[in-house]
Design a protein around this ligand. Sequence first.
Ligand code: SF4
Length: 394
Amino acid sequence: MQDHRSVRPWRMIDRRLSRKIRVGSVEVGGDAPISVQSMTNTLTSDANATIGQIRELEEAGADIVRVSCPDEDSTAAFKTIARAAKVPLVADIHFHYKRGIEAAKAGAACLRINPGNIGSKSRVAEVVQAARDYGCSMRIGVNAGSLEPYLLEKYGEPCPEAMVESALFHADILRDLDFHEFKISVKASDPFLTVAAYQQLAEAIDCPLHLGVTEAGPTRSGTVKSSIGLGSMLWAGIGDTIRVSLAADPVEEIKVGFDILKSLGLRHRGVNIIACPSCARQGFNVIETVGRLEERLAHISTPLSLSIIGCVVNGPGEALMTDVGFTGGGAGKGTGMVYLAGKVDHKLGGQDMVEHIAELVEARAAVIEAERAAEPTPVSALATETALAHVVAA
Ligand code: SF4
């Protein structure tokens, strides 16, 4: 079904045009789709556990996964992990330049490292050389909680200006070495500070930006905080790759990341369920039905829309704009109307409602996939998604 964003200019987002870099097979910046990342929280030295978690993240749709490399055991295991991973990996390095070199050799697609924190110029040059030799990009990651002491002294407290100055300080070190394959993040746990820092950084440099509100908190409040922070930046066209930081299963971070992008029409992955909150008019149990459908349809990655609406007050209108729609027929009746591609199709009631709707969605997904397969040269899953997403790149 045609996405009505394409004909409604007030739904369009003009993305800041950043320089494009690569994180392994994934393009970041420019007109590339906004990628979604998370980070493993297993011990990296436990390769099997880490590979297991990367698999879960891949299945949830992660485009890129970050893995901490705090010690030599971790970079040793990184080789096995990188070989097993289907998505590109970012090795998270803090102060040990040797870990950066080891991770580059071990197959990291990107190093998260702040060049100003790893010591002498020659050490930085060695890491940059390793990145060049092994095709790694880099991420400069500025965090309000770990700003350089001289900046805290200069500005008195973490503020957007201090964070941007820190980011540009690290960026200049790489640029002086003629290394330009980097992206930057300027994260804080306070969304005001985060957004202001990214806004200033977006004006100051043309590299891709990795967005995140750091340490956002547990699932519910962290999701809200991230949605406000990341959502307002993405809406303003800022951001090329995102990570939602939750004190929760990393898979949740991927789900929330996609939901933020889906809400803004920037990426379309999986079933976008539109559901009413339900009230006394509901013709069936909306909340239970939606919960069961969400679980039942989690395996679908094809972008499509499903409306589950309790009654005819809003149901037919929503169904007009979705691939599959179901609208309750009246209080307590337990039956309703199924809509396909916006048109009334058939009545439905009874125990198998969830399964029946799920099968309709699966059938619609199969049709979309068949159409997609018939299209000329689908370059990659990400590129196909770009074609499906109505994103306006400036
Ligand atoms: S669509 Fe109907 S059931 Fe759902 S909240 Fe609105 S009035 Fe209530």
